[in-house]
Structure formats: structure tokens, C-alpha cells
Design a protein around this ligand. Structure first.
Ligand code: C2E
Ligand code: MG
Ligand code: MG
Ligand code: MG
Length: 289
């Protein structure tokens, strides 16, 4: 009967809650151990300059190689790391490792690359982290010039506390660091509102790029973002470029940088070094005419 069904449903509900928190607790514990045991690695995805077609930067993307679970995607553990506060030590490790690696590539004689690091809201909250101080320390430690560091932030991080965000960004920018807005277009802010924040680069979210150039609406939106951003003196990066026709469209509309599987997936530091050695560049239409 109905009452019985209701009871059963409630029991299922309790069971599923119990399972979820148990699984989350286990993962949290493993996350802590993983940090101690050094199970994390940074992968690097090339950013290609347009119109030169040369690699001019790399986005550092964290990878977790768990001894039993195998590869765990950042989409599966970053949210938990954020919820538990573990993102603070993990994020510090990311920043330090990325700057160290950028310096290693410079010392190896490659033309200097800008390394981009993703930040979480916790790292941007001055009650939790002195981000400015941390960045200053790490640049000093690693000897990386500030102009080769880029920080990627999402709109939602900035919108949590816009006034504090503006102040923090001004401080970071005065160090000479480049600031990017990641996943642009997926949040709720307009570009005109966002332009009150001091930043340098806008990364158009993959969800717009993936339907180019066939989809009329996405085409119109992308062209509008590019034009408006350029009028505001911002650089534009397209993320998730997977096809030649996407590339040609972005090239035609003066996108400044592209990133995506079309050129290269994220690579281990070793594979990225090999790519740099190979001298691979992106063949662009404009370069051939
Ligand atoms: P994101 O910063 O927007 O990074 C771009 C994501 O798109 C990466 O996923 C990358 O591997 C993927 N990608 C790049 N090119 C293509 C493409 O052509 N096609 C498709 N389908 N995907 C592409 P990943 O590495 O799984 O990272 C996911 C998200 O996790 C990142 O999104 C970022 O928000 C977060 N994340 C990664 N590393 C870190 C980190 O060190 N710290 C923090 N706070 N977040 C991180
Ligand atoms: Mg990013
Ligand atoms: Mg992104
Ligand atoms: Mg994205």
C-alpha cells in the first residue's frame, strides 16, 4: 500500500544518503593521502598564438593517478577538494609546480612560455589565503618573471564578492601577472559588467566553440564577444577547438589564441617538452597566403 511504499522510499533515500556520504568521506581521506604521497601531476595543454601559429603558453591541468582507482578526473575531485578546503594546499602545490616547470623550460632554452594556472574561489578569498603574498613568494622561489604567469578565474569566483575581487585583481596585476576569465559565457554576468574588473584575457567557453561554425546563434554570439572584447582591449582565447573549420572561423574573426584537441590535448611535462623540441606549429590559412 501507499504507506508501505512511502516507507520503502524513505529507506532507499536514507540508504542512498548514507552511501553518498560514505563514498565522499572515503574520497576525502584518499585525497589527503594523495597529497601526502604525491599522487598528483600537472599536465600542460599548449596555447597557440594567432596569427603566428606558435605555442606561446600552456595551461596547467591537474591529474590524479590513484594507485587503485587509476585516473581520477579533476571534475570528480576538484569539487570535493573545494568543499573540504583541501584545494588550498593542493592549489598551492599547483601554482608552485607550474612556475617551477615554466622556469625549467626557459632554462632549457625554449622561447619563454606563459604558464596558466586555474584558481578556485577559496584561493581568491583573502580570509583563507594571502594569494598576493603566495604568488610573490613562489615567483621569487622559482625565479619566474611575473609576465610569464597567468591566472585563470571564472566569472562566478569574481561575482562572489565583486569589490574584494576588484581589489585583489589590481594587486595581482600590479605584479605584472596576466589575468584570464575562464569559461566565459557560462555565468550570468554581461561583458559590460565584467569589464569593471581589471583583467586581460577572455576565454570563450567550449560550449560556444563546439557548435561552430554551423550553428547560426553560436556564430553570432562568438563574433559579438570577439568584437566587443577587442574594443575593450582584451585578448580572446578560444578553448576546446577540435576541428579545422572551427579554427578557420576563429582565425577569420581575429581570435588571439586557441587551445584544444585540434592542436594538442593536455600532455605530461615530458611529452610537452618533446612537443617543444619538435618545433610543431599550427598551420594557419593567413600564413599561407
Ligand atoms: P578548464 O580550466 O576550463 O579547463 C579546460 C578543460 O577542457 C580541461 O579539462 C581540458 O582537458 C579540456 N579540453 C581542452 N581541450 C579540449 C577539447 O578540444 N575538447 C574537449 N572536449 N575538452 C578539451 P580537465 O583537465 O578535465 O579539467 C576540467 C576542469 O577542472 C578545468 O576546466 C578546471 O576548471 C578544473 N581544474 C583543472 N586543473 C585544476 C587546478 O589545478 N586547479 C583548479 N582549481 N581547478 C582545476
Ligand atoms: Mg582553465
Ligand atoms: Mg576553461
Ligand atoms: Mg571550460
Amino acid at each position: 500500500d501507499a504507506q508501505q511504499t512511502g516507507k520503502l522510499r524513505y529507506q532507499f533515500y536514507l540508504a542512498s544518503i548514507g552511501d553518498k556520504s560514505k563514498a565522499a568521506l572515503l574520497l576525502e581521506q584518499e585525497l589527503r593521502q594523495g597529497i601526502e604521497r604525491g599522487e598528483f601531476q600537472l599536465y600542460y595543454q599548449p596555447k597557440v598564438n594567432m596569427p603566428t601559429g606558435q605555442i606561446d603558453g600552456a595551461e596547467a591541468l591537474i591529474r590524479w593517478f590513484h594507485p587503485k582507482r587509476g585516473f581520477v578526473s579533476p571534475g570528480d575531485f576538484i569539487p570535493l577538494a573545494e568543499k573540504t578546503g583541501l584545494i588550498v594546499p593542493l592549489g598551492e602545490w599547483v601554482l608552485r609546480s607550474a612556475c617551477t616547470q615554466a622556469r625549467v623550460w626557459q632554462d632549457a632554452g625554449f622561447s619563454p612560455l606563459r604558464v596558466a594556472v586555474n584558481l578556485s574561489g577559496h584561493q581568491f578569498n583573502e580570509n583563507e589565503v594571502d594569494l598576493n603574498g603566495l604568488v610573490v613568494d613562489i615567483l621569487k622561489e622559482t625565479g619566474l618573471n611575473s609576465s610569464y604567469l597567468e591566472l585563470e578565474l571564472t566569472e562566478s569566483i569574481l561575482m562572489e564578492n565583486p569589490q574584494a575581487a576588484i581589489a585583489t585583481l589590481h594587486k595581482l596585476k600590479s605584479l605584472g601577472i596576466r589575468i584570464s576569465i575562464d569559461d566565459f559565457g557560462t555565468g550570468y554576468s554581461s561583458l559590460s559588467y565584467l569589464s569593471q574588473f581589471p583583467f586581460d584575457v577572455l576565454k570563450i567557453d567550449r560550449s560556444f566553440i563546439c557548435q561552430l561554425p554551423e550553428d547560426d546563434k553560436n556564430r553570432a554570439i562568438t563574433i559579438a564577444i570577439l568584437q566587443m572584447a577587442h574594443r575593450l582591449n582584451l585578448k580572446i582565447v578560444a578553448e576546446g577547438v577540435e576541428t579545422k573549420s572551427q579554427l578557420m572561423f576563429l582565425e577569420e574573426h581575429q581570435c588571439d589564441e586557441i587551445q584544444g584537441y585540434w592542436f594538442s590535448p593536455p600532455l605530461s611535462a615530458k611529452d610537452f617538452s618533446d612537443l617543444l623540441h619538435s618545433g610543431k606549429s599550427l598551420p594557419l590559412v593567413s600564413a599561407s597566403c
